[in-house]
Ligand binder design. Structure first.
Ligand SMILES: *Cc1c(COP(=O)(O)O)cnc(C)c1O
Length: 372
């Protein structure tokens, strides 16, 4: 086995695809975090966490269906349902697990799933696990999606798209997709991991931006480790959908419930996101500022109005070199390489946060000019 593993790792290295984990000891300017609203270090979250730990202890002690479900989890689910304007919400330990759970519960062998080519890895894995027939349509290409739907004779059809695409920052054409879903009697699921808390007048995500409701998009997935700065994920939908998941989502049933103190903390985080809209507003101002000035400096960005701003470099080696050069300037911008992104599109993925200021953006831009 050892020599087999050695070979695998050597190949990764030779292809410039070797992944390492960094522990950053010094102070850096971080442009790679998904803590878009800057809530991860919020003092009220820390206080809630401490007080709830005193009340509930640390571990939940079991799965939700045995003894792990507490008042804190229940209140969080109520908050999430209200936030997303749906009948109910169901808390999962991670977004990866939420996607596995909902997709395998909804479709099986005689059904078909339609996935955008750039969908998140967890959606692809969930689709594979479901055993449904998988169709992947070209990125945001509605006519391609329609052709595939037209040809399908599957019993149930499920269309799944990211709301905001995680490596490019662009937004799904949700109004068109919802229309097509309706036309072909397909169910529509949106993974809004990067839209929730950020997009829409009230931060309710990509669906609010497009004015789509639970009728148009019956299955909504959101994560709590990104804009909400904490951890975990949820599915929001109808009473029937949530009850079905409680009965059948294996990644919900066969796993330990989140620590209750964490559930209480997440609830505080959602309340703060609502009470402090300046975070979202400031973030959008920074995005505009960054884009305007990048254009002046001829820094090529992908088309994105979200905090995810990518610079396509091409080959993995150059992307790593650019990232390392930025690191020398004490700026963290991660290089994203295949298979996370398609071959030949290795990139710098910059993420902006409400905790940045314009001076820091200037610093980033100045450094970028020198390294790309
Ligand atoms: C991060 C992410 C997930 C996974 O969420 P976790 O809670 O980190 O497991 C799922 N989908 C998308 C689009 C994501 O960006």
């Amino acid at each position: 086995m050892q020599s087999h593993l050695k070979n695998i790792l050597k190949q990764q290295q030779q292809a410039d695809l070797y992944r390492t984990r960094k522990i950053h000891q010094k102070t850096f300017l971080n442009f790679s975090s998904n803590d878009y609203l800057g809530l991860a270090n919020h003092p009220s979250l820390k206080t809630t966490w401490q007080q709830a730990a005193d009340k509930y202890g640390i571990g939940s002690g079991g799965s939700h269906l045995i003894t792990g479900h507490t008042q804190a989890h229940h209140e969080l689910e109520t908050t999430l349902a209200a936030y997303t304007q749906r009948e109910r919400a169901l808390l999962f330990s991670t977004g990866y697990m939420a996607n596995l759970g909902v997709i395998t519960s909804l479709v099986g062998r005689h059904d078909a799933i339609f996935l955008d080519k750039l969908n998140h890895a967890s959606l692809i894995d969930a689709a594979l696990l479901s055993r449904a027939k998988i169709h992947r349509y070209a990125h945001n290409n509605i006519s391609n999606l329609e052709k595939l739907l037209e040809k399908s004779s599957a019993k149930h059809k499920l269309i799944i798209t990211d709301g905001v695409f995680s490596m490019d920052g662009d937004i799904a054409l949700l109004a068109d997709i919802a229309q097509i879903a309706n036309k072909y009697q397909a169910w529509l699921m949106v993974d809004d991991a990067h839209g929730l808390g950020i997009l829409g007048n009230n931060g309710r995500g990509s669906l609010e931006m497009y004015n789509l409701d639970a009728e148009n998009v019956p299955i909504l997935m959101g994560t709590l480790g990104k804009a909400f700065g904490t951890f975990g994920a949820f599915i929001a939908g109808s009473e029937l959908l949530i009850e079905t998941l409680i009965q059948s989502a294996r990644s919900y049933i066969y796993t330990t419930a989140l620590p209750p103190a964490l559930a209480a903390t997440i609830k505080t985080s959602i309340e703060i996101a609502k009470q402090e809209p300046w975070r979202r507003q400031h973030l959008h101002e920074l995005i505009k500022y960054f884009r305007t000035n990048a254009a002046k400096l001829k820094i090529p960005l992908t088309d994105s109005i979200t905090p995810i701003q990518a610079i396509i470099i091409g080959d993995s080696k150059s992307a790593i070199a650019a990232s390392e050069a930025l690191y020398e300037h004490r700026i963290i911008v991660t290089a994203i390489r295949p298979p996370t992104v398609p071959q030949g599109t290795a990139r710098l993925r910059i993420t902006l946060s409400a905790l940045h200021d314009k001076k820091q953006i200037d610093e980033l831009l100045a450094a970028l000019v020198n390294v790309i």
